[in-house]
Design a protein around this ligand. Sequence first.
Ligand SMILES: Nc1ncnc2c1ncn2[C@@H]1O[C@H](COP(=O)(O)OP(=O)(O)O)[C@@H](O)[C@H]1O
Ligand SMILES: O=P(O)(O)OC[C@H]1O[C@](O)(COP(=O)(O)O)[C@@H](O)[C@@H]1O
Ligand SMILES: [Mg+2]
Length: 324
Amino acid sequence: MNKVKKIGVLTSGGDSPGMNAAIRAVVRSAIDFEMDIVGIRRGYNGLINGDAVVLDSRSVSDIIQRGGTFLYTARCMEFMNPEGRQLGLEMAQKLGLDGLVVIGGDGSFRGAEKLSELGMPTVGIPGTIDNDIVCTEYSIGFDTACNIALEAVDRLRDTALSHEKCSLIEVMGRYAGHLALQVGVAAGATAVLVPEKVSDIEKDICEKIREGRSSGKTHYIVIVAEGYKDKIDDIAKLIETQTDISTRVTVLGHIQRGGSPTVMDRVIAARMGYRAVDLLRKGIGNRIVAIKNNEVVDYNINEALCMKKSIDLELCEICKSIAK
Ligand SMILES: Nc1ncnc2c1ncn2[C@@H]1O[C@H](COP(=O)(O)OP(=O)(O)O)[C@@H](O)[C@H]1O
Ligand SMILES: O=P(O)(O)OC[C@H]1O[C@](O)(COP(=O)(O)O)[C@@H](O)[C@@H]1O
Ligand SMILES: [Mg+2]
């Protein structure tokens, strides 16, 4: 006898491509396990306000290929305090929920953990372009964001080459440099600046530009993570003064968060969505679904949030070594 009869799903924090594919997987798996499923709109705000819609198989048709999240997402200050969370719990109970799937980032999972503590079994699915969730090798949206940013950098290279300039491109990632490093390596950047590692602008960039110039190189690409300690405009000015090359700065911004999810993001969304529902139907909550060695695993939320994750230092070295 299945005691878990009805679950909810919401998206929270910054949107990421593949969130829709994850919602679809959650909805369809829940229906397959003979559970009712409700979509909570606008993150924890919707949970507090009861902004809920009953979902069926057709409600999630034609969304697998779309970026963003059709349930809308939000950042909810009220949920940061106990009173707001109590209201959220009471609304979840009023809606008759036996469990909740939260698709979002580390902040959303802190909220999910507290909801679990209050007695509502909650499972988190990592969805953020930053790939900064420590317990998982991969979060939904990262691959798509990398590809979108890469396409933009490839275009900027055309102009940098034609005008013999140094193009500095700022990519997102909040306090993490995963996105910057992947894009930098894939774009063949002269240098990548990430928050996890202090770089020496003179040695790591200016010297490389002078060396490149003496071997006939005429244009340069520098990728800067938004969380890097120095402002991109200041770095550009310094490079210009030290090397006499003309620089241009481009901040990619939200363009990186939109667009149709890649194969990788859709498939991982399907695998994680299925696992989240499978846990809840067994009455298991307070978990985060994650990827470890390409397998889907799950962790206790508190333990997961205490884990440490560092930037791929070997890839940083490779990037440095092959940039000539
Ligand atoms: N410590 C916390 N306790 C409870 N809820 C939290 C906490 N941190 C974040 N949240 C909730 O999760 C939402 C999203 O968090 P945020 O850090 O903005 O994005 P992300 O989940 O993508 O990391 C917040 O607006 C808030 O509603
Ligand atoms: O869209 P906003 O509110 O300006 O937030 C920007 C932040 O959101 C992100 O795009 C995604 O971060 P989260 O997944 O933690 O929400 C970060 O890379 C960036 O720092
Ligand atoms: Mg986050």
